[in-house]
Ligand binder design. Structure first.
Ligand SMILES: *Cc1c(COP(=O)(O)O)cnc(C)c1O
Length: 372
């Protein structure tokens, strides 16, 4: 490896994860691949292509700019722009032929004033963020959308707050509220696409699938329940590699790194790896992570700095400058999941991959074969 740090993304894994999720779907339901936040840090365009190759029929993003970027790269699939949009952003989203989400009549009028577009009405059944809590209001918005010139009532949606908590019954409260609202609405508008499920709901219960599921985290091979993606036959698509840049002997009482957080209790050897919080490796992993070097787990010791981390390679065989080091992924028989780092940091796997900064180049491959 000739760069200091590299995110390797296997697009074949994303394609297979989508195929695998589609096998889970209620007959007739489609899959919308959520590629917001640059594909959860994996790279939006490449992931969108891989998901479409796996049979996704829709894409979803959060922002108008994300939709525009996909269109600039010749992505033709329908794109749902899920986020709230300012007037300027609405214009960008519609120009990108993005479907937009509405919960108030004035927004639908703004869509019409901009020449029209496709609208999905959102009922807030308990997430408490976007959408209207009032089913009558949501129905009024749908009526306005169906009648406004140039506007198409394309969908009806909601979003679950607790689908990832397996035993939490709130999912079913939300589902009941959504069904009460959407059932009569869909009778009046049978061509509407009805959608509610995120990855966790998709895996938890086919009753949440409706016409389309909006799966994000699972298509990247991350476990929506934060445990082990293999339990759901999902393959992690991203590996984070760096290299051994220096190895040095550290005598008893000598320290390594900022603040002298690590002081050698016994003679040891420490490898420096050129990756740090300036790449998205969080400083809270100081003295709190393992790294794979030479096919074994080694303890990250001392403080994570902006550009480097240090690893105790005392027990290692011959660790040499230039050796591969893995922060997320496999090496030999060992593996480190994003879920493991999330647990150590008290966060979720989503945040681990989204946190990878632009300084880390993304390299795409298909089961080890470089992409053309
Ligand atoms: C991000 C998002 C999703 C995808 O959620 P995952 O848990 O990643 O599957 C679905 N719907 C909405 C509205 C979202 O914001």
């Amino acid at each position: 490896m000739n760069v200091r740090a590299l995110a390797l993304i296997n697009v074949a894994a994303i394609q297979r994860n989508v195929e695998r999720l589609r096998r889970e779907l209620k007959p007739g339901a489609g899959l919308c691949a959520v590629v917001k936040a640059d594909g959860y840090g994996h790279g939006g365009r490449a992931c969108a292509r891989a998901a479409l190759a796996g049979g996704a029929t829709w894409l979803a993003v959060a922002s108008a700019q994300e939709a525009r970027r996909l269109r600039e790269h010749a992505v033709q699939a329908p794109i749902l722009v899920m986020g709230a949009l300012s007037p300027d952003e609405l214009e960008i989203a519609l120009a990108a032929r993005g479907d937009v989400v509405a919960w108030d009549e004035r927004f639908v009028e703004a869509v019409a004033a901009l020449g029209g577009g496709s609208v999905h009405v959102k009922l807030d059944t308990g997430m408490g963020r976007l959408g209207t809590r009032d089913p009558a209001q949501a129905t009024r918005v749908a009526k306005v959308a169906a009648a406004a010139p140039g506007v198409r009532l394309a969908g009806a949606m909601t979003h679950f707050a607790t689908a990832d908590e397996r035993d939490d019954p709130f999912l079913y409260e939300q589902l009941a509220r959504f069904e009460d609202w959407v059932t009569p609405l869909r009778e009046a508008h049978p061509r509407m696409v009805v959608h509610a499920a995120n990855s966790a709901a998709t895996l938890r219960d086919a009753a949440t699938h409706f016409d389309l599921v909006r799966t994000g985290v699972a298509i990247y091979g991350l476990d929506p329940f934060g445990e082990d993606p293999a339990e759901h036959d999902l393959e992690p698509a991203l590996e984070l590699h760096t290299r051994v840049a220096a190895v040095k002997a550290v005598a008893v009482g000598e320290s390594v790194g900022y603040g002298r957080r690590f002081v050698a209790p016994a003679p040891t050897r420490v490898a420096t790896l050129p990756i740090g919080y300036g790449d998205g490796v969080r400083r809270a992993l100081s003295d709190n992570a393992d790294v794979l070097v030479g096919g074994e787990r080694r303890a990250l010791v001392g403080t994570v700095s902006m550009d480097n981390v240090t690893v105790d390679v005392r027990a290692a065989g011959a660790v040499a400058v230039g050796d591969d080091a893995v922060l997320i992924g496999r090496q030999g028989a060992e593996r480190i999941l994003a879920e493991e780092l999330a647990r150590r940091l008290g966060t979720i796997n989503y945040e681990i991959t989204c946190a990878l900064l632009a300084r880390v180049p993304r390299e795409y491959h298909r089961d080890g074969e470089p992409l053309p």
